[in-house]
Design a protein around this ligand. Structure first.
Ligand SMILES: Nc1ncnc2c1ncn2[C@@H]1O[C@H](COP(=O)(O)OP(=O)(O)OP(=O)(O)O)[C@@H](O)[C@H]1O
Ligand SMILES: [Mg+2]
Length: 371
């Protein structure tokens, strides 16, 4: 690898109060990077960059950072959209293999008939339809780097058996080849399933479970994280970099709705909500307001898809939602209220919207008109 790598626990690092997009390539919070991670930083996501101020997350990052580069397989668990793949990449970029390949394999998406060829590769003419020059399998592609096995909990039992052999022997035999090819890979796996339950139910091999699970970390769902404001800042900055919306901010009111919402789709859902809100801004609007949000954000009772076992803290939906903007009716407006406002303003939609405290476009939407 030709590069030295010394690990210092993340817990010893100052927590950056960063508002930078993840790929800005600048030190977080204006502070120098942790030297061991800095070398791998560049414009890529690293463990340090993921530390946005939530104590539970910081513990996860610290534990993950301790096994990076030590030949200990890491298993990342967490709900959909919490950032499992991003964490896997951060681990790779933060360790001694950062200059090597990071190969992600979605175990749920490979058809049974293609597993062998996809994982192990094949030599030319190995089977009908094979490329003449053969193909290098995904595992071999990860040689010298990290193999990320995504959705490992959805892997078929026959694929589990094949993978187990590779992990035991640390070599692959391409389809049609005589010789085994040694592979040097760091292994990171992720799943939204509770794998120990799958083992109990006979859906996941116990021997493979212990092979992939040197250390398990649980990424916290967004609703228990305390750093949502920092994440929002990062996402908006990343969405708007070099775009006309550069410099757009998020109102405090919106932030309080975000803090009260349960986010069943976690950071991916937040990213989508912000993307849509930015698209709804008029040219002269520089602040994201409640009227730019989809209605479900105001539903503090939204039920998460599932609650991660051992997730620290109360789900956010249990906390009290912010009161609605003073003097403003709820956005799930009663039809009669709308009609009354329109009648009072002689059918003038802009004036009625002002009176109702909502954007003109929102009122048009509620009236079912194009705008
Ligand atoms: N800390 C973060 N800051 C900014 N964006 C993030 C962060 N974590 C995740 N994201 C973004 O959220 C989205 C979901 O992240 P990712 O794909 O890593 O989640 P996942 O847990 O693997 O989801 P799934 O279970 O659905 O595969 C991605 O677009 C990712 O870039
Ligand atoms: Mg994923």
């Amino acid at each position: 690898m030709g590069r030295t790598f010394t690990r210092v626990p993340l817990a010893n690092l100052p927590v950056p109060a960063s508002n930078l997009p993840l790929d800005s390539g600048q030190p977080l919070g204006g502070r120098p990077h942790h030297p061991a991670l800095e070398s791998a930083a560049g414009r890529r996501v690293t463990l340090v960059r993921l530390a946005t101020g939530d104590a539970g997350l910081l513990r996860v990052l610290d534990r993950a950072g301790r096994v990076v580069g030590r030949n200990i397989p890491l298993l990342i668990q967490g709900e959909s959209g919490v950032g499992k793949e991003l964490l896997a990449q951060a681990c790779h970029n933060s360790g001694p293999r950062a200059d090597g390949p990071f190969v992600a394999l979605n175990c749920a998406a490979i058809p049974e008939s293609l597993i062998e060829a996809e994982l192990f590769g094949y030599v030319g003419g190995a089977f009908t339809g094979a490329r003449r020059e053969g193909a290098v399998g995904r595992i071999q592609q990860a040689d010298g780097g990290t193999l990320f096995l995504d959705e490992i909990g959805d892997m078929s039992l026959s694929m589990q058996a094949r993978l187990l052999r590779v992990l035991q022997e640390r070599c692959v035999v391409p389809v049609g080849a005589r010789e085994a090819v040694p592979v040097d890979i760091a292994l990171v796996s992720a799943t939204h399933r509770m794998l120990n339950e799958s083992v109990k139910n006979g859906l996941f091999r116990e021997d493979l479970y212990y092979r992939i699970n040197g250390l398990t970390v649980h990424l916290p769902p967004l609703r228990v994280r305390t750093d949502i404001r920092v994440i929002v800042g990062q996402l908006v900055a990343a969405e708007c970099a070099g775009q006309p919306c550069d410099g757009v901010s998020v109102s405090d009111e919106v932030m309080r709705f975000f803090e009260a919402y349960a986010w069943p789709g976690n950071i991916r859902q937040l990213q989508n909500v912000l993307r849509v809100a930015l698209a709804l801004l008029d040219d002269d609007e520089r602040v994201i307001l409640p009227q730019h949000l989809p209605e479900e954000i105001f539903d503090a009772e939204a039920v998460p898809v599932f609650v991660t076992p051992r997730a620290g803290g109360e789900p956010r939906r249990m906390l009290s939602a912010p009161s609605r903007p003073r003097g403003r009716p709820p956005l799930g407006l009663d039809e009669s209220l709308i009609q009354q406002a329109l009648a009072e303003h002689g059918g003038n939609v802009s004036a009625a919207a002002r009176a109702l405290g909502i954007a003109r476009n929102t009122l048009y939407r509620k009236l079912g008109r194009n705008f």
